[in-house]
Design a protein around this ligand. Structure first.
Ligand code: TRP
Length: 332
């Protein structure tokens, strides 16, 4: 049997996920877990590069785990773990720091953005963020890294650092490839359909969060902007709002766009928006229920994380000890 490729991805437990994340990232991961050896980390070490409330960070870590399990990520197939449970991440990061230049970190787009947004807290961790992410990926001899396009520069720098280490010492790290996730259906903001739906939009009424209750979901869809005219027709150029709602409906029902149009032929915008809202709410309800059920099963969640940390540590330490040998750390 052909050896399976290794896939690595991580998510910060601070993210307030939207239905766009569900349709894009999470659904993708549940498909990918069948074809790859997968590692999925909850990146709490990355999270503290901006100030967190400790009790909230702890709770969000478990919320995130429960959400992924509720969405169908299978801990038998994937290694799911918390980044800080595997000390090799911090250890490799330190070594890789010595192969990374201050200038190249200062030029990273996300560092510049976050420095502007958190001008009072431009800490070393924020600047080192890409090196820690390179350590995450390289520790597992990763073949593919499924990420959004916003992470392109980070995967590029991980490849550069790996190459640099391999050239300076000898081949040690596999050079990873990014797998850019085409958001199944591109989901836009309900109030400004020219923009992508975002977890950090100015107006939270334009984004539907996976944690929104039924009434909130329906209220947000009822207030979604539509367009002048009366027809429920997919035409992103001229009818951005209606087209976005049709995309969401199609993503949540598995129907094609033309089937979606047919479902609403001759009906009014009000009825249409309500129907899309109900469809989304119906789909979120079982996920939220399962997430809540899992959150009450503390021992089960602990077990998943304990087993994840063990399996991740084993793989990570294999790479780390090679690295330590090559760079001349005296071994006991
Ligand atoms: N920086 C990523 C994000 O914000 C999260 C992340 C941390 C990650 N380490 C990673 C993603 C390793 C892929 C691989 O989305």
């Amino acid at each position: 049997m052909e050896e399976r490729k290794t896939l690595y991805s991580a998510i910060q437990p601070t993210n307030n996920l939207t239905i766009g994340n569900l349709i894009g990232a999470i659904k993708n991961w549940t498909n990918l877990q069948n074809g790859y050896d997968c590692f999925f980390a909850i990146a709490n070490m990355h999270a503290i590069t901006v100030r967190q409330v400790p009790a909230e960070l702890r709770q969000k870590t478990l919320n995130m785990l429960a959400l992924y399990l509720a969405c169908g990520i299978d801990p038998e197939k994937c290694v799911m773990y918390v980044q800080s449970h595997v000390p090799a991440h911090a250890e490799l990061c330190w070594v890789l720091n010595t192969l990374t230049y201050v200038g190249e970190m200062e030029r990273m787009t996300q560092f510049k953005d976050k420095s502007a947004r958190h001008a009072e807290n431009i800490n070393m961790g924020l600047m080192d963020y890409p090196v820690l992410m390179a350590a995450d990926i390289l520790l597992y001899q990763t073949d593919v890294v499924p990420v959004g396009l916003d992470q392109r520069q980070h995967v590029e720098i991980a490849r550069d650092i790996a190459q640099r280490f391999n050239n300076a010492f000898s081949p040690t790290f596999k050079i990873p490839e990014a797998l850019y996730m085409k958001v199944g259906a591109k989901i836009n903001d309900l109030l400004d359909p020219s923009k992508k739906m975002s977890k950090s939009a100015e107006n939270p009424n334009g984004s539907v969060f996976l944690s929104d209750d039924r009434d909130t979901v329906i209220r947000k869809f009822r207030r979604a902007v539509t367009d002048s005219g009366l027809e429920i027709k997919y035409d992103p150029e001229n009818k951005a709002g209606v087209s976005n709602l049709l995309s969401i409906y199609s993503a949540f029902t598995g129907k094609t766009i033309s089937e979606a149009e047919a479902d609403f032929a001759g009906r009014g915008y009000g009825e249409f928006k309500l129907a899309v809202g109900e469809t989304v709410a119906d789909r979120l309800a079982p996920i939220q229920k399962e997430q809540a059920r899992l959150l009450a099963e503390k021992d089960y969640l602990d077990g998943v994380l304990r087993s994840g940390a063990e399996r991740a540590s084993k793989a990570a330490n294999r790479t780390l000890s090679k690295v330590y040998k090559k760079i001349g750390f005296f071994q006991l």
